[in-house]
Write a new protein. Structure first.
Length: 136
């Protein structure tokens, strides 16, 4: 996937602020951080999205996310963070190479990822029934 920007980053073809790398995945600072310290964790093997990733690469990425999250208090002076994965264009995914955002949160910062502005209570039971039926 030579045209993929994250594959180019992984191949070290683009200057990038890496913080961690192992045989399956990398972590680097986002070029347009949502909050100071915003990082991305990316499997080395090119897959477009969450549905396509192998369980081994998934586990590797989760381990790295936890490893970095554990040092946030030391690194950024905050224990708080959001982990996000935008899956699909409709969900805001711009780079079609699977990645997780690790976004440090700071006291009273203005980020509102889940605004809870609408009340969907009437659909909760309907979706519970539907999803349980499909998964069964
Ligand atoms: P998405 O919307 O696909 O979940 O997020 C893609 C993220 O990748 C964005 O936050 C964007 O700032 C970041 N990004 C895009 N291109 C580059 C790049 O060349 N280098 C780095 N470090 N981050 C990038
Ligand atoms: Zn790629």
């Amino acid at each position: 996937m030579l045209e993929c920007i994250f594959c180019k980053i992984i191949a070290k073809e683009i200057p990038t602020e890496f913080v961690y790398e192992d045989d399956r995945a990398v972590a680097f600072l986002d070029i347009h951080p949502t909050n100071p310290g915003h990082l991305l964790v990316v499997p080395k093997s090119h897959v477009a999205d969450f549905l396509a990733v192998s369980v081994e690469d998934l586990a590797a990425c989760m381990k790295i996310l936890q490893k970095i999250a554990r040092v946030l208090p030391q690194a950024y002076n905050t224990p708080d963070f959001n982990i996000m994965q935008n899956n699909g264009v409709g969900a805001g995914q711009i780079v079609p190479h699977l990645h997780w955002h690790l976004i440090p949160r700071y006291p009273a910062d203005p980020l509102r990822i889940y605004p809870h502005e609408k009340n969907y209570d009437e659909t909760v039971a309907e979706f519970r029934t539907k999803i349980k039926q499909i998964l069964a």
